[in-house]
Design a protein around this ligand. Structure first.
Ligand code: NAD
Length: 260
């Protein structure tokens, strides 16, 4: 149970992050969710977490590309909850293109949202976690933190970077009751994956069905998409006291992809 803990999950108005926020709330944690998109929809998501789980839920529209907005988000969570005990760096975007055609602004956005935002949030929450002598930082990496695929240079670079940040911060705070880990999902059926089916089909000159079967699920020995609930369950485990000795790990949840 995570009753009495306060969590902040970036990129949690959709997909994996939303499932993580709901799973942490189900365990009793208060949660601040974050994301872009329609304010009315985001308010409905926030309110449903409070209604379904009886915890306090907040929403921050902070853009993970902007350091000042990230810092303000963490400060607001600390002010409203009293602390941030569990930080989940989940916000992420994807763009698929051969590297020699990769748009510079897409590279910068992927590195900014998928990697640099985790540096800013981590830096902002650590003083409070150190003061309490307890903390959990969980980063959403990817199978692409461990292996590569063509046409995803920025994403693979950012996710390998997240694995490195995870290990480094884990070592820095290992004696202070704070663990730092990453989950590394394979293909999870979410809006992020749905959107890249068409781009991958164009980049490889194949049909969308071939992308699903021959590119995505080909990499996954189980031949099943991972579910958002399966990733969220790993996060709630890592957030609990039972996982106190697990730190610096990038844990695959990938149907065997990176075992190959
Ligand atoms: P998604 O598109 O469903 O959700 C992304 C979330 O991030 C949304 O809440 C969106 O509003 C938010 N977001 C995007 N840009 C933002 C910004 N600039 N500032 C703040 N919030 C922003 O995606 P998803 O598939 O749930 O992916 C979530 C994470 O999981 C990402 O880090 C992704 O790389 C990772 N991941 C996904 C898969 C997969 O197969 N879906 C596999 C491995 C890793």
């Amino acid at each position: 149970m995570l009753k009495g803990k306060n969590a902040l999950v970036t990129g949690s108005t959709s997909g994996i992050g939303l499932a993580m926020a709901r799973a942490l709330a189900e365990q009793g944690a208060n949660v601040m969710i974050n994301g872009l998109g329609d304010p009315a929809e985001n308010e409905a998501i926030r309110a449903s977490i409070e209604a379904d789980f009886g915890v306090k839920a907040l929403f921050s529209p902070a853009n993970m590309l902007k350091a000042d907005e990230i810092q303000a988000m963490v400060q607001e969570a600390q002010a409203q909850f009293g602390s941030v005990d569990i930080l989940v760096n989940n916000a992420g975007i994807q763009f698929v293109s051969p590297v020699d055609e990769f748009p510079e602004e897409k590279w910068d956005a992927i590195i900014g949202i998928n990697l640099t935002s985790a540096f800013h949030t981590t830096k902002a929450v650590l003083p409070g976690m150190k003061e309490k002598g307890w903390g959990r930082i969980i980063n959403t990496a990817s199978a692409h933190a461990l292996v590569a695929s063509p046409y995803k240079s920025a994403y693979v670079a950012a996710k390998h970077g997240i694995a490195g940040l995870t290990k480094t911060v884990a070592l820095e705070v290992a004696e202070q009751g704070i663990t730092v880990n990453a989950v590394a999902p394979g293909y999870v059926w979410t809006p992020l994956v749905e959107k890249q089916v068409g781009d991958t089909a164009r980049a490889r000159g194949i049909t969308e069905e071939q992308v699903k079967q021959d590119v995505m699920l080909k990499a996954q020995p189980t031949k099943q998409f991972v579910t958002v609930e399966q990733v969220a369950a790993v996060v709630t485990f890592l957030a609990g006291d039972a996982a106190a000795s697990i730190t610096g790990v990038t844990m695959p949840v990938d149907g065997g992809w990176t075992a190959q």
